[in-house]
Ligand binder design. Structure first.
Ligand SMILES: C=Cc1c2[nH]c(c1C)Cc1[nH]c(c(CCC(=O)O)c1C)Cc1[nH]c(c(C)c1CCC(=O)O)Cc1[nH]c(c(C)c1C=C)C2
Length: 537
């Protein structure tokens, strides 16, 4: 049944993308987007600050509190850049730039940074070559019978188990835990390899236990399956990419002159321009029920205003949806009138943990003693050896809490504005530190942060005090797709499906977002795009 009216719950990227793509497919269907806060964009948050040091240097610096860079292979985002006419404000980081090539680890218990190899040759000179080479070269021969990851009925395993099985425990701890920190701010022992790294799983056969090295070799020689590329290419044909994709050919990542939030603002402007879309900010969702006579969903907002619609897209977090459904189910039907029914609970809304991150932006004045960090993307901090506390935050140790540091001015200095004639070596340095956990009671002091950075960066001259520091406590900002996530989401989809007769939801209530179909910006945008395609079939 085509939608008569659509309600989108949540104004983060997934909700905005849903509203945008649905309004393109259904230009005459009324679409209302309800967002509980007074702004759109969720965790995407860009802010410009004016800074001045005691030597009179000035600048307007762009800071990010959430995602900051986008990949050109994220077609759903490139399409939006094209459709929203944002190409003029795109800034790119070339593949040859240090920010694209140089990445580092800070290995707990050591001083300074360890460069990650960026070529085959550099693997052989890397300080962690034993772990890397031993892991990869030993993979096809490793005695698999000695240890097998605990299989569960999901045919899935943690990213840590998967890497340990294939490449050894040291490789899994150093490389895998660092990667899980940088993407999910989560413990790799909790992250599902199938959900989070599907192409890696695919390389290891149906049960994830075939040799990745041998399978890669076989596929390179033209043997074995290699349908992934074909699927990616066939779906890419339907994206409306204009000239934007060609312009990003040599880019490793891109952003916008005014930061990642430019995408949110362009989406908001476009939706406001459309006759059939209404955006209601500061409108939290209190309850959901169904009008049995019309079959419409009835969504009550926090001010008890009722919104009726034939179709609902929920992009709020799964635990928030769980709470709304619990509250809805506890309400007396009498208060709603006899023609309403309350919703059943949905499965698996509270199965995944989520990570909280303290995001600290620091701006340092121009330093005559040289750069305070090496040229590069930044560094990640792997889990320390003998850490048995899976997924715990040790608030007593700043060093234990650090997940990684991004050298923002290396990649994104084009966002910063200087007075004309400013000497290029008189520029400010912006850095972002990411700490595990977000608690007002455990805010690190500026002195502690400087001491930590000095230990990790080992600069030639002492690091000067920052001219600006901003802290964002991002509570439960990234959902962890834990082991079994894909199967659980399939069960959730099944519960939402069915026909009008046998299900409350009747295939007209869609649940999507970062906690369902992937946490990256392209994943969130893609989910809204695919939903619009599905409903228009
Ligand atoms: C608030 C902190 C975030 C951390 N991860 C994400 C956020 C918003 C989400 C995320 N980060 C990355 C990906 C993969 C997407 C991709 O690039 O293909 C996702 C979904 C990778 C990434 N990690 C960091 C950066 C700068 C990037 C590039 C993309 C982006 O700008 O978000 C750095 C970083 N992110 C986190 C930590 C702890 C960290 C440490 C240096 C957590």
């Amino acid at each position: 049944m085509p939608p008569k009216s659509i309600l989108v719950l949540g104004g983060g990227l997934s909700g905005l993308s849903s509203a945008f793509h649905l309004s393109r497919r259904f230009p005459t269907v009324p679409i209302t987007l309800l967002e509980h806060s007074n702004r759109l964009g969720g965790w995407v948050r860009s802010e410009r600050v004016k800074v001045r040091d005691n030597q009179g240097h000035e600048a307007s610096i762009l800071l990010e509190g959430g995602p900051r860079t986008l990949r050109p292979n994220g077609k759903s985002v490139v399409e939006l850049v094209n459709l929203l006419g944002l190409h003029e404000s795109v800034i790119t980081v070339p593949k040859s730039a240090p920010a694209a090539k140089n990445r580092f680890l800070h290995i707990p218990g050591t001083n300074g940074l360890t460069p990650l190899p960026n070529s085959l040759l550099s693997v052989f000179t890397s300080p962690i070559r034993t772990v890397l080479l031993g892991g990869v070269l030993g993979e096809p021969f490793r005695a698999r019978t000695n240890w097998r990851p605990a299989f569960n009925h999901y045919n899935d395993m943690s990213f840590d188990d998967f890497l340990t099985y294939h490449f050894g425990a040291d490789f899994a701890r150093l490389m895998g835990s660092a990667l899980a920190h940088g993407i999910y701010a989560a413990d790799s022992r909790l992250v599902s390899v199938r959900a989070a790294f599907p192409s890696l799983w695919d390389m290891a056969g149906e049960n994830g236990t075939e040799s990745i090295v041998l399978n890669t070799f076989k596929r390179a020689c033209g043997f074995g399956k290699s349908d992934l590329k074909a699927v990616a290419e066939s779906s890419a044909q339907s994206y409306d990419l204009g000239n934007v994709e060609a312009g990003l050919k040599d880019a490793s990542v891109f952003s916008f002159r005014d930061g990642a939030e430019a995408l949110v603002q362009a989406l908001e402007r476009e939706l406001e321009r459309r006759q059939n879309v209404t955006i209601l900010k500061s409108h939290g969702i209190a309850a959901i029920s169904k009008d049995t006579r019309s079959g419409d969903f009835v969504v009550s907002d926090a001010s008890d205003v009722r919104h009726l619609c034939s179709h609902v897209v929920s992009s709020i977090s799964l635990p928030s949806l769980h709470s709304v459904l619990e509250f809805s189910r506890s309400r007396e039907l009498n208060s709603l009138g006899i023609d309403h029914i309350n919703p059943p609970q949905l499965p698996h809304l509270v199965s995944n943990p989520s990570s909280s991150v303290t995001v600290i932006n620091l701006i340092f004045p121009p330093t005559p003693g040289g750069a305070i960090h090496p040229d590069g993307f930044g560094y990640l901090v792997p889990r320390k050896e003998n850490d048995t506390e899976i997924g715990k935050v040790n608030y007593d140790s700043l060093e234990d809490r650090l997940l990684g540091v991004v050298f923002d001015s290396c990649a994104l200095s084009a966002q910063d504005v200087y007075p004309p004639g400013t000497n290029s070596n008189r520029t400010f340095t912006k850095l972002t530190l990411m700490l595990k956990g977000a608690s007002e009671a455990n805010m690190p002091s500026e002195g502690d942060l400087l001491a930590l950075l000095s230990k990790h960066l080992v600069p030639r001259a002492p690091i000067p005090p920052p001219v600006f520091m901003r802290v964002h406590l991002s509570k439960d900002c990234i959902s962890t797709p834990s082991v079994g996530h894909l199967e659980r989401m399939a069960e959730l989809r099944k519960a939402l499906g069915g026909t009008e007769k046998d299900s409350f939801w009747g295939g007209r209530f869609e649940v999507l977002g970062a906690g369902v179909g992937g946490v990256s910006v392209p994943d969130c945008i893609e989910q809204g795009r695919r939903l619009a395609l599905r409903w228009s079939r």
